[in-house]
Write a protein that binds this ligand. Structure first.
Ligand code: WT7
Length: 649
């Protein structure tokens, strides 16, 4: 923990929506009387039928239930679009910057976005989509991705967005789990000058589905690339939309009706379908977008996260649109065609607020000052990051090069499960400490637990839990409520367990220390070791596999594989390559292993449990820190693994 403390700048304190006094007062009220606090905050939305109940929650595992505003009715899409029209129909809602620098920028006003959404909503209805149906969305970073989500919300369909970097196998699992009948995709995506064969991946996915119920694939002609076409099943989106009316009444939804499912990795089993509902989610992401980014009308805001992740859902779609913000969406990667693209993009669109990930900063930093050369970034007022801890070197570089040494860097801690930011600074209120996510957001009660399940008081380190519900909390794992209870509410009594560890310092600031389970964080992408291992053993040559995370300069963590080959299979460089490609193909390029080490045997306890701690230490060359290996069934495997690791290095 660094001792450095960066005081809130004068102008920020004076001009921000929330200063420290206000933060402390609102925070206290949000904890002392959550019902009054959230009933007030929910008034930022338009309710078709006002709620009379605010909160009905029990975290007890025998009686787990989480309900917010449960008798209220509203529509999320209407709150993001229609209600802004009387005053802001001609304001720019979305600025789309294509992958190819210099290619035509597309802008949508709120009125235009509303029209596109209504047409697609009608198109979906024409395809037979009804309230409660799950629609799978597999699209690149183009306006249609937001339009599709909002169109679903408008008619009460549940969207399930699958990140465009995932493989056919990964798509198939999600289509199956959600019983989706409709998929929205594009011919191809474009990222960093390369094409991504999205339609082809969906075609393949359908062959992998266990019980495909898919009836229609709506295809956006984006690059005009070559694709297979199945007359009965594939629908050209442009054709469909041509016939649709721009009027589509929004469905009345209950506050607790599902808004979306988003899959995320856990430590065991297949990815979990995190389910978020309507009223509480929208209230929370709207409030946090405004207060954390100190968003003021007229400002241009850019969330760099892909919409396929929760950061994109909450802070590139729902939060900012609920607040009538002007958003930038970028199709490509921040370092294409070179590392100056991000800075040029910010300057070109005069962006005031940038929300990014530490891994992107580290990637740019690797090229030194060239990332900002020749640009004037004085438009930047606020910088923020999410997804992983930001190391103090990256913090300082970003603050200096992009933030002109004045823009605060907000390190926001949260999760797919939490729906919105949980521990985060606010620009006018919070003194910053590089590397710390600082203090809880309104209504959030973090606590640290020791191994005996007792709460740690004052400064200390332990398991990070949240003691009471907040409105944007996930409600269940789609189709597996018991797994929801087991995963989050069974480790500590009456608490939500985040699976992260954290420290708290003398000032009450939180420092996230990382996952306590077998989940990796590779370039801000969350991945279960179990998922990668099961992909590996699905290859005919692999008998057993164990995956651990190793430190990586840019990605934060990299994937290190130990593979035990089946009898009679010979280890070779070609096989190493083949396995590497296999994992990319099974899960996606984000899961590409850094290294694959052959392991004649794996270190197991007598009960057969793999000792990952030992594997992690070997991969990091910390041979003298293996700890107690006396409980291993065969302690000699460790020597073999060390010898093999040395040979590989
Ligand atoms: C995991 C959640 C932030 C939403 C997008 C990622 C890690 C997230 C931070 C941070 C340190 C962080 C945690 C968490 N994480 N933000 N500011 N500092 N670690 O959501 O994919 O569900 O991943 O990301 O380990 O559990 P996600």
């Amino acid at each position: 923990m660094s001792r450095e403390r960066i005081a809130v700048g004068e102008t920020y304190r004076e001009q921000a929506l929330i200063n420290n006094e206000r933060y402390l007062d609102m925070y206290q009220r949000s904890i002392d009387s959550p019902e009054t606090f959230w009933a007030e905050q929910a008034q930022r939305l338009n309710w078709r039928k006002p709620f009379t109940q605010v909160k009905d929650v029990s975290f007890a595992k025998e009686d787990l239930h989480i309900r917010w505003f449960e008798d209220g009715e509203l529509n999320a899409c209407e709150n993001c679009l229609d209600r802004h029209l009387p005053e802001r129909a001609d304001q720019i809602a979305l600025i789309w910057e294509p992958d190819e620098e210099g290619a035509e920028v597309v802008r949508y006003t709120y009125a235009q976005l509303h029209e596109e959404v209504c047409k697609l909503a009608n198109g979906l209805k024409a395809m037979g989509v009804k309230k409660g149906d799950v629609v799978t969305i597999y699209l690149p970073m183009v306006p249609l991705i937001s339009i599709s989500m909002l169109a679903c919300a408008r008619i009460g369909a549940i969207h399930s967005v699958v990140f465009g970097g995932f493989s056919p196998e990964a798509i198939a699992g999600r289509i199956d789990d959600g019983h989706s009948r409709i998929v929205i995709t594009a011919d191809e995506g474009k990222r960093g000058g390369k094409s991504v064969p999205l339609k082809h991946n969906v075609d393949n996915a359908l062959e992998h589905c266990q019980h495909s119920e898919v009836e229609k694939i709506l295809v956006l002609r984006h690059t005009q690339g070559n694709i297979d076409w199945h007359e009965q099943r594939d629908v050209d989106l442009a054709e469909l939309l041509k016939e649709q009316s721009p009027d589509c009444p929004a469905e009345t939804m209950n506050a607790e009706d599902p808004l979306f499912i988003l899959y995320t990795s856990g430590s065991t089993g297949k990815p979990k379908g995190v389910l978020h509902t309507t009223g509480g989610y929208l209230t929370y992401v709207s409030l946090s977008h405004e207060t954390v980014f100190d968003y003021k009308a007229g400002e241009t805001y850019w969330c760099m996260a892909d919409i396929g992740w929760i950061t994109g859902h909450s802070y590139a779609v729902y939060g900012p649109l609920a607040n009538a913000a002007t958003l930038v969406m970028y199709e490509g990667v921040p370092n294409y065609p070179d590392c100056g693209r991000m800075a040029r993009l910010i300057e070109k669109h005069q962006i005031n607020i940038v929300y990014t990930a530490p891994t992107a900063i580290r990637a740019l930093m690797a090229d030194g000052d060239t990332a900002v050369e020749g640009t004037d970034l004085s438009c930047i007022r606020i910088l923020a990051t999410a997804g992983e801890p930001i190391n103090p070197e990256a913090w300082r570089w970003f603050h200096d090069k992009f933030g002109n040494n004045t823009a605060p860097i907000l390190d926001t801690w949260w999760q797919t499960e939490t729906g919105g930011m949980m521990i985060t600074p606010m620009p006018g209120a919070t003194d910053l400490k590089p590397g710390s996510a600082t203090r809880p957001f309104f209504g959030v009660q973090p606590a640290l637990m020791d191994n005996d399940g007792n709460e740690i008081q004052g400064a200390g380190e332990g398991s990070l839990v949240i003691k009471d519900s907040w409105p944007s909390q996930m409600r269940t794992i789609y189709g597996d409520h018991q797994r929801f209870i087991d995963t989050y509410f069974s480790t500590f009594e009456n608490c939500y367990f985040s699976s992260d560890g954290a420290k708290r310092d003398e000032d009450g600031y939180y420092w996230i220390t990382g996952r306590m389970d077998d989940v990796l964080n590779v370039a801000g992408h969350r991945m279960g070791t179990a998922e990668i291992e099961s992909a590996l053993v699905a290859h005919k040559t692999v008998a057993e596999a164990a995956v651990v995370g190793i430190p990586h300069d840019i990605k934060g963590q990299g994937i290190y594989v130990y593979a035990t080959l089946a009898a009679d299979v010979e280890a070779s460089e070609e096989l190493r390559k083949e396995l590497r490609n296999w994992v990319r193909q099974e899960i996606g390029p984000i899961a590409t292993p850094e290294a694959i080490q052959w392991a004649p045997g794996l270190p197991k306890t007598r009960s057969g449990k793999i000792m990952r701690r030992v594997l992690r230490k070997i991969a990091c060359e910390e041979y003298d820190q293996l700890g107690d290996t006396s409980t291993l069934a065969d302690p000699h495997v460790v020597d073999d693994l060390i010898a093999e690791h040395k040979a590989l290095a």
